[in-house]
Design a protein around this ligand. Structure first.
Ligand code: S3P
Length: 433
C-alpha cells in the first residue's frame, strides 16, 4: 500500500484534460461487443476498471485490437454472438458486474461465474439478479445477495415493468439490456432519474428507446444493433476533484476541457454554485451523443453551507464525498440526506468520509442516509485511509491542498481504478502529490 503526502499550496492554475468517462467506456465496450459491426472507440478510459470490461468482452469471444487510451477496435459479434468463458473476473468494477448479466442472459451458455475483488464481493447484486429472474432469467448470487453471480443463459425472457426503489443507472441499464432479448416491452421506473448513457448509446446503435414520463423502456426481441464508431469525452466525476480544488484555490483559474456535461451527471455544479462557487461552463459540440464542453472555475470568496436533498443525489452520487469536503470549508452546516446508497459503493462512503474528515480535524457526523459537516475553519490536516476506494484517495489529495498541514493518504494507488494520471494532472495545476 502506498502512502502519499499532499502538501498545502497557495494557488492552482492551468488547464487539464481529465480522463475519459468511465461510465461511457464500460458501455461502449460492452455494446461494441454485441454490435453487428466492427466498432472503433477513440480515447476509451485506460484504467483498472475499464481494462476489466475489455478483458470480460474478450473473454466472451469478441476479438479486440489496439488499446485503451488510444484507438480500440472491437469486432462486434452481434447481439446473440457472445461465447463467454465460464469464469469472468470483474475486478473492482461494479458497473461491469451489473451490466454484463443483462447481455449474458441472452447467450446459450450455462454456469457462467462472475466474480471480483474483495470490495466488489461486498457489493449488493440481488438488485440485478432478482428483477432478471422475474423476467425468466436464471441468475443467482451468493447468500447475502453478493458476488459471485452465476448466470445461466438460454431461458426465454418476458418483458415487464420494473419499479426501482432506489435510482440506479447500473440496474436500469442491466434490465434494458436484458429487455433486448425479452418478448414484449421492458420498462424501468426510477424514483429520480439516473444517468442516461445506456439509453443514448442504444439509440445511437439503432435501438428504439421508449419513454413515458419517468419510465424508460425497450421493445424486444431486438434483432441486432449497430454501434457507430465513437470518441469518449472526459469524465465529469474525475473533473469534480479539480473543480473542488479550484473553487478553493484557483488563481486566476483552472480550466477543465472536453468534459461530458450530461445534465444527469452534473448536479454538483448546481450545489457548488449554491454554496457560492464561481463556475463558468463553455459548451462545445456534443461528443458520443453527450453534451460536452469546458468548465472554468475560479477561487470563491466565502462558501456557504448547504443541504443536498434526496432528489439531488442521483445526479451527483459519486461526487457526494466532495460535498463533505466543501462543507468543511464553508460557513455553517452542510447536510447530505437520502444518500444511503453511499454505504454500498466501493467503500461505505458515509462512514469513510466522516472518518476521514474527523481524522483531518473536521467536525462531521454520520446520519443513516448521509452526513452532517460543520465548517467554517481551515482543515487542519493529518492522515486518512483510502479504504481501497479511488474516490476517497482523490478526496484526500484535494483536502491536503486546502489544509493547514497537509494530508497523508494511505492507499493512494486506488486512483488507478478511474484516474491513473491523477497525481500528474494535479501537479500540472500546481498541486504536488
Ligand atoms: C454508474 C452508476 C452509479 C455510479 C457508478 C457508475 C454507471 O452507480 O455510482 O460509479 O456507470 O452506471 P448506481 O447505478 O449503482 O447508482
Amino acid at each position: 500500500m502506498t502512502t502519499v503526502r499532499i502538501s498545502p499550496v497557495a494557488a492552482l492554475r492551468g488547464t487539464v484534460r481529465v480522463p475519459s468517462d468511465k461510465s461511457l467506456t464500460h458501455r461502449a465496450i460492452l455494446l461494441a461487443g454485441v454490435s453487428d459491426r466492427t466498432v472503433t472507440i477513440t480515447d476509451a478510459l485506460d484504467s483498472a476498471d475499464t481494462a476489466a470490461t475489455l478483458n470480460a468482452v474478450e473473454a466472451c469471444g469478441v476479438p479486440a485490437s489496439g488499446h485503451l487510451g488510444g484507438t480500440l477496435v472491437i469486432e462486434g459479434r452481434g447481439l446473440r454472438g457472445l461465447h463467454p468463458s465460464p469464469h469472468i473476473d470483474c475486478a473492482n468494477a461494479g458497473t461491469l458486474m451489473r451490466l454484463l448479466p443483462g447481455l449474458l442472459v441472452g447467450t446459450t451458455a450455462e454456469y457462467l461465474i462472475l466474480d471480483g475483488d474483495d470490495s466488489l464481493r461486498a457489493r449488493p447484486m440481488a438488485r440485478v439478479a432478482t428483477p432478471l429472474r422475474r423476467m425468466g432469467a436464471s441468475v443467482f448470487t451468493a447468500p447475502g445477495g453478493t458476488p459471485p453471480l452465476v448466470v445461466n443463459g438460454g431461458r426465454p425472457l418476458t418483458g415487464m415493468r420494473h419499479e426501482l426503489q432506489v435510482a440506479s443507472a447500473q440496474v436500469k441499464s442491466c434490465l434494458l439490456l436484458a429487455g433486448l432479448f425479452a418478448e414484449g416491452e421492458t420498462w424501468v421506473v426510477e424514483p429520480a432519474p439516473s444517468r442516461d448513457h445506456t439509453e443514448r448509446m442504444l439509440e445511437a446503435a439503432g435501438v428504439e428507446v421508449l419513454r413515458d414520463g419517468a419510465a424508460v423502456g425497450v421493445r424486444g426481441p431486438v434483432a441486432g444493433l449497430s454501434l457507430p464508431d465513437l470518441e469518449v469525452p472526459g469524465d465529469f466525476s474525475s473533473a469534480a476533484f479539480h473543480l473542488v480544488a479550484g473553487v478553493l484555490l484557483a488563481d486566476p483559474e483552472v480550466r477543465l476541457e472536453g468534459v461530458n456535461l450530461n445534465p444527469l451527471r452534473c448536479g454538483l455544479l448546481e450545489v457548488m454554485r449554491r454554496m457560492g462557487a464561481d463556475i463558468t461552463v463553455e459548451e462545445g459540440p456534443p461528443v458520443a451523443g453527450e453534451p460536452c464542453g469546458t468548465i472554468v472555475v475560479r477561487r470563491a470568496g466565502t462558501l456557504r453551507g448547504t443541504e443536498v436533498a434526496p432528489e439531488e443525489v442521483p445526479g451527483m452520487v459519486d461526487e457526494l464525498p466532495l460535498v463533505g469536503l466543501l462543507g468543511a470549508l464553508a460557513q455553517g452546516t452542510t447536510v447530505v440526506r437520502g444518500a444511503a446508497e453511499l454505504r454500498v459503493k466501493e467503500s461505505d462512503r458515509i462512514t469513510a468520509v466522516v472518518d476521514a474528515l474527523r481524522a483531518l480535524g473536521v467536525r462531521a457526523e454520520e446520519l443513516e442516509d448521509g452526513f452532517r459537516v460543520t465548517g467554517g475553519r481551515i482543515v487542519p490536516g493529518g492522515r486518512m485511509e483510502a479504504r481501497h476506494d479511488h474516490r476517497l484517495a482523490m478526496f484526500g489529495a484535494v483536502a491536503g491542498l486546502a489544509s493547514a498541514d497537509g494530508v497523508s493518504v494511505q492507499g493512494f494507488e486506488a486512483c488507478q481504478v478511474s484516474y491513473p494520471a491523477f497525481a500528474k494532472d494535479l501537479a500540472a495545476l500546481g498541486g504536488v502529490a
